[in-house]
Ligand binder design. Sequence first.
Ligand code: HEM
Length: 477
Amino acid sequence: MATQDATDGSTGSGAEPLRESTPGERPPGPDGVPVVGNTLQFLRDPVAFYDRCAAFEDDVVAYRIATSDGYMLTHPADIERVLVTDDADFRRASIIQDSLGQIADGGLFLMEGEDWKAHRSALQPSFYRDRIETYAEMMARFSDERAAEWRGRDSVLVSEEMRTLTLEILAKTLLDVDVRGQESALRDAAAAVSDRFDAGSLSALLPLWVPTPANRRCQRAVKQFDEAIADIVADRRASDGEFDDLLSILLDLELDDADAEAQGLTETEIRDHLFTFLFAGHETTALTLSYAVFLLANHPEKQARLHDELDEVLADGGEGSSADAASPSASDLFAFDYLDDVVDEALRLYPPAYTVFREPTRDVSLGGYEIPGGATISMPQWVVHRDERWYDEPDTFRPERWTEVFRDALPEYAYFPFGGGPRHCIGMRFALMEAKLVLATLAQRFAFDPVTEPPLDLSMQLTLQPEDPIEVALDER
Ligand code: HEM
């Protein structure tokens, strides 16, 4: 894509589309074969397919996967229109409804219309800033305990460790359940579901009832997950304790039905919400942490700068806190500028949600092209976050680029790891606070040395996964 002059890492010069409108013209795109279009190219290597589409240097690229006409949008102004300005003209894409909908179609992620609005506003209080801050102490404590377990070890599979830690934290904060040591049913379900929806596998295109090995594994894992969740819900219903978490909100929620009668949620609705939150909430944050640790391990000078900041801020026992110097707390987070930049840069280079899909409910015009209602629109963070128009040396890990000037000059939606508009990630604050607290705690205790080195092989599952576990060597500080 076109490069512009950049002195501070940004272009900052407006966000005009690259091309003029040419009514009726089809956007450029990779050649396909009859009937299946680009399906085989995509299945062979989804990451390469996205990169190939990006190489057309147009803001709209057309392709065809399975039976669906796809349009990749990469201009921030078009993305803002879809997610924010004209969001009423777009809904969740059928490919997501047809895939994830087979497992949890009643969760917040897939709901639409008035139903979604009512559920989103009822669940939002669990994610308010003051509520999230009450989780900080527990997040820091769990990270502390994990760091203690790492003592004496030469290396860790950081991607596996982070998946377990973020699941423990989420189960404790949202359900008040301590799953430490027995998280396997929840964790295995998430891994099997993610694997089954690997964009590079044929099983992702087949219905869940087709007995492929991945489908069978997925169904078994979902069954175990359902049993684990049913037990947690039953225990809570039987308990006469006082609770103040997402599960208690779900169990007490009463919403008007079509006849304006207040109704509690069904067991299926509660299960679908819990599945959605547990899945959307732990895998994504675990990946953010894993990629951040991987990047730091492979960039010792950036890691040294982070260590300096951590040592400086925590040396006096933490800014505004009487906490033990060894334990970063929520109030310390305000003082960690470089930590913020590291997390933002990791989310730019390796966005766990690597694309956002939508489907226009009617014919629309975007980036100068007509896009038919019912088409699949993909807005890939994977491509936009590495666009030279907005990022100088886009493939380089450079947390320093995130100056105030750069942030102010960056077009809205040139960076959108948490989506945008009314359906932006409800867990964004939670995820950022958790990622920063965990990273601060672990990086304060250890220096990470590279075992897994770049380039990383990536796999586009429901989230952007490393093909093999990420390993780092540990050096106690
Ligand atoms: C770094 C971590 C995370 C990333 C990168 C991330 C990313 C995203 C993105 C891009 C969306 C919008 C998808 C779309 O518009 O199609 C989204 C939605 C959502 N996220 Fe997250 N997320 C993260 C953490 C979390 C956490 C911690 C939770 C819950 C505890 C969560 C729960 C959800 C839910 C329920 C939605 C659907 C919201 C709705 O449609 O109203 N996410 N997330």
